[in-house]
Write a protein that binds this ligand. Structure first.
Ligand SMILES: N[C@@H](CCC(=O)N[C@@H](CS)C(=O)NCC(=O)O)C(=O)O
Length: 203
């Protein structure tokens, strides 16, 4: 498998999960501005949507969209603890978490990266995002992870919450979330994924 990624983006979550599952994979860096890949191709010929993450399977199929990639990966390794089994109620709960992270946190953060957006508009997006952080803080108040054990939803949430400093949102206002992030940052899979991404050459 090949994971097309860009550092500090949402592609970190499937990268963490590939390492958690100890699946063999190749990392291919993408320049999100020029759309060039590290091996000299136009990324849009691989993913016409033009954004990471994209997972290329050994049979040539390309899968996009974080929640789909994460669930595909966990289903490659039967019996792992990163996601409940397909067809169970707990799996539906996982999908609820992934949808929330995707639309409310990931999607809710995207406009804040837009340098052209006026500060007044950014403030509105920030206020909405902070409400979602309040909710997450409440949800994680008496549990270490979103589900029973560390899983794909945590890899995704960790990835998108890493962007908060870029928006000048101080996670210390939500001590539960700050502790959650600190714990996940110490996982070997997370440390090695971030180190591997940082070790790649800019495209
Ligand atoms: N719906 C997609 C969104 C992916 C996405 O937002 N990717 C960003 C990085 S976090 C990106 O590559 N943006 C570059 C672009 O849109 O041109 C998913 O969930 O995977």
């Amino acid at each position: 498998m090949k994971l097309y990624f860009a550092p500090m983006t949402c592609s970190l979550s499937p990268h963490i999960v590939l390492r958690e599952l100890e699946l063999p994979f190749e990392l291919i860096r993408v320049n999100n501005q020029s759309k060039c890949t590290a091996d000299g191709r136009d990324f849009r010929t691989i993913n016409p949507k033009g954004y990471v993450a994209a997972l290329e399977l050994d049979n040539g199929e390309v899968l996009t969209e974080g929640p789909a990639i994460l669930q595909f990966l966990v289903d490659q390794v039967p019996g792992n603890t990163l996601a409940p089994a397909q067809g169970t109620w707990e799996r539906v709960r996982l999908q609820e978490h992934l949808s929330f992270i995707s639309s409310e946190i990931h999607g809710g953060s995207a406009p804040l990266f837009n340098a052209d957006l006026p500060d007044t508009v950014k403030t509105m997006f920030k206020q909405k995002l902070c409400k979602r952080l309040d909710f997450l803080c409440h949800q994680l108040a008496d549990q270490q992870y979103l589900m029973v054990t560390f899983g794909v939803a945590d890899a995704y949430l960790f990835t998108v919450l890493q962007w908060l400093p870029v928006f000048n949102i101080n996670i210390e206002h939500w001590p539960t979330l700050a502790a959650y992030m600190k714990g996940i940052a110490e996982r070997p899979s997370v440390r090695s994924a971030i180190a591997a991404e940082n070790a790649t050459q800019p495209v």
